[in-house]
Each structure stands twice: as structure tokens, then as C-alpha cells.
Design a binder for this molecule. Structure first.
Ligand code: NDP
Length: 305
């Protein structure tokens, strides 16, 4: 089986290279493409040509414009990458009979209320990134009925920079930290998303009835403040000499940190549909963070933050 993966160097794309490998022959493309194969979503004709050349059974799109604040002033590019080219991809996937996997975000919702969002709930993005992701998931569904759209939240990976590493770095430098405590959600690891994708692709390949949108996030919930505290607790347990311990992480509201893009306060995602439909279990968010920290904080090695 041939699988065409776009966005191979992102957090999720990197893990997908691993998790999809046992399913078939993965043609993995980053922004630079590979020879005649295009991987840049600012070149939709090139992306279409590439799909026609590869004729994959499965296409997985992990490419996205994820700079949430920058998107506010870079709407044309964000829309091309997050919406218009995924729409082109969907037409091409449909034309060659491929299953198309695409990722979206809790930012399609307006963050009101306290209840975890369900797939059918009314959307209402607060920022350009969320609006472009919403348009993208709609174009995917419209042009390629055999699709899986996974909406997720607060993605992190051991590779590259992430929130946990930033907190560790700051806690090594300062005696107190101030972290937002009124945004609620579940930190979700890129490796969990990649593993879920592989399981879901296997199940959905032959059963088009499984196509649709699914909320995919780790179990449980926290705030950025709670997330930061867990990171510092675990680092202290691992013997890291922090200047700021977990109880020196002060709470603050979102308003205290003005940013170009508004963020939803309620990013909780209800994952019951995914668990029920695919018979899968979602581990608690703390387990993934602990695993990532174990990689970052290897005993005897300098912390790679
Ligand atoms: P990353 O930002 O880690 O990766 C995105 C990838 O897309 C990068 O490799 C980036 O390349 C690539 N990319 C950017 N512009 C283009 C372009 N013009 N053409 C081709 N590729 C491009 O994102 P994640 O892995 O975290 O995100 C995976 C999916 O999950 C995305 O759909 C995202 O919207 C969604 N998501 C992510 C969340 C998060 O917290 N990160 C939260 C909720 C949903 P380069 O680095 O070279 O720019």
C-alpha cells in the first residue's frame, strides 16, 4: 500500500513517519518536496501533480500554518496552507480514490461554556488560524467523502521546542513564574496522535462508513498553569535544581498576556465518538507529558532545552 504524507517534519508529521511505516510504503514530503514531487502548500498545482504521480491509497496531511499569532497579519498565506490547498488535496484524493486524513483544532470553537466540545457542536473561531482550519476541514469533507478529520488540542513533542521545555528553561532562570490558568484543555502528544492515526487508517480503509470528523485528545484536562506545575514537579523529582519550584507558578488570566490572536478559554474536546467508533482508549494527558519529560531529562545528561 502507498501512503503519501505531507508535512513530514512537523511535530505530528515526524511521528507519522514512524507510525505509518508498518502499514505500507510511506512517501514522506516536507516543504521542500523531493525531486519532482512538491510538498509546499503554497504550490497547489504541484501538490495536485504529486498526488496524481504517486496514486496513493492513503494521503495524510500533517502540513499546516500553525503560527497562531502570526496568522492574524498573514491571512492570505495561512488560508492557502490551512484551507485552499487542503481543498485541492481533497479533490485529488477523491479523484484517485484515496482515504484522506487531515488534522484540525479545538480553535474552531469559540471557547464558551465549560462542557467538552462534541463534533457536531456549533463552531465559531476567535482567530484567523481557527477560521482557516475550519474552512480547511469543511473543504476536505466536501470534496473527499472518504476522509478522517482529527481535531486535537495543545500538541507537543519531545523533538523541537515546546511549552514544557520553555517552562523548564524559565524555572532554571527565575524564582517565580506566571502562567495562564483560565484556558482549559488537554495537552496531547504528537506520538499519540500519530499512533491513533495509524489505527484509524487501518479501520477506515475498507469501511467508508467510518469516515468523518473525530475529536482526538489525551484524556483529562488541565490549564497551562496546571501543565507547568506538573512539568516542574516532575523535573524536581528527577533531580533538576530549579530556582522556581512547582508552587512558585502563579496563576494569571488570559487578559494579562495580550497577544495578537484571541484564544478560546474552553478547549476541552469530548472524545467519546472516537473511542466508541474505533474501540480505542486515550491515555491521561499526564502520562504523555511524563514520557516526553523522561526523554528531555535523561539522568546524567545535560537537559536539552
Ligand atoms: P507543526 O507546526 O509542528 O508542523 C506543521 C508542519 O507544516 C511543519 O513541518 C511546517 O513546516 C509545515 N508547513 C508550514 N507551512 C507549509 C507549507 N507552506 N507547505 C507545506 N508545509 C508547511 O504542527 P503540528 O505537527 O503540531 O500540527 C499538526 C496538525 O495539528 C496541524 O493540522 C495543526 O493545525 C493541528 N493542531 C496543532 C496544534 C498544536 O498545538 N501544535 C493544536 C491543534 C491542532 P516548517 O516548519 O518548515 O514551516
Amino acid at each position: 500500500m502507498k501512503i503519501l504524507l505531507f508535512g513530514k517534519d512537523g511535530q505530528v508529521g515526524w511521528e507519522l513517519q514512524r507510525s505509518l511505516a508498518p502499514l505500507g510504503n510511506v512517501v514522506a514530503l516536507g516543504t521542500k518536496g523531493d525531486g519532482v514531487m512538491a510538498g509546499n502548500f503554497l504550490d497547489p498545482e504541484g501538490i495536485a501533480r504529486t498526488v496524481r504521480a504517486v496514486q496513493p491509497e492513503v494521503i495524510v496531511n500533517a502540513a499546516a500554518y500553525t503560527a497562531v499569532d502570526k496568522a492574524e497579519s498573514d491571512q492570505v498565506v495561512a488560508r492557502q496552507v490551512n484551507a485552499l490547498t487542503p481543498g485541492v488535496l481533497a479533490r485529488e484524493a477523491q479523484a484517485c480514490g484515496s482515504l484522506l486524513v487531515h488534522y484540525s483544532t479545538d480553535y474552531v470553537f469559540d471557547g464558551s461554556g465549560q462542557a467538552p466540545w462534541r463534533e457536531g457542536d456549533a463552531t465559531g473561531p476567535l482567530n484567523v488560524y481557527g477560521a482557516t482550519k475550519l474552512e480547511g476541514e469543511r473543504l476536505v469533507a466536501q470534496h473527499c467523502p472518504h476522509h478522517l478529520v482529527l481535531r486535537t488540542s495543545w500538541v507537543y513533542a519531545a523533538r523541537g521546542g515546546n511549552f514544557a521545555k520553555t517552562m523548564l528553561r524559565l524555572a532554571l532562570q527565575r524564582e517565580r513564574l506566571t502562567v495562564i490558568d483560565d484556558q482549559h484543555g488537554a495537552p496531547t502528544s504528537a506520538d499519540l496522535l500519530a499512533d491513533l492515526t495509524a489505527h484509524m487508517v487501518r479501520a477506515a480503509l475498507d469501511r467508508s462508513a467510518l469516515a468523518g470528523t473525530y475529536h482526538a485528545a489525551a484524556a483529562g484536562e488541565t490549564t497551562w498553569n496546571g501543565y507547568a506545575r506538573l512539568v516542574l514537579q516532575q523535573a524536581a523529582q528527577a533531580g533538576v535544581a530549579l530556582k522556581a519550584p512547582a508552587d512558585a507558578v502563579d496563576p494569571v488570566t488570559t487578559d494579562a498576556f495580550p497577544a495578537a490572536a484571541r484564544r478560546p478559554l474552553n478547549s476541552r474536546l469530548d472524545t467519546a465518538k472516537l473511542r466508541r467508533t474505533f474501540g480505542l482508549q486515550l491515555p491521561p494527558w499526564q502520562a504523555g507529558v511524563a514520557r516526553m519529560l523522561a526523554e528531555v531529562l535523561r539522568p546524567g545528561e545535560e537537559i536539552s532545552i
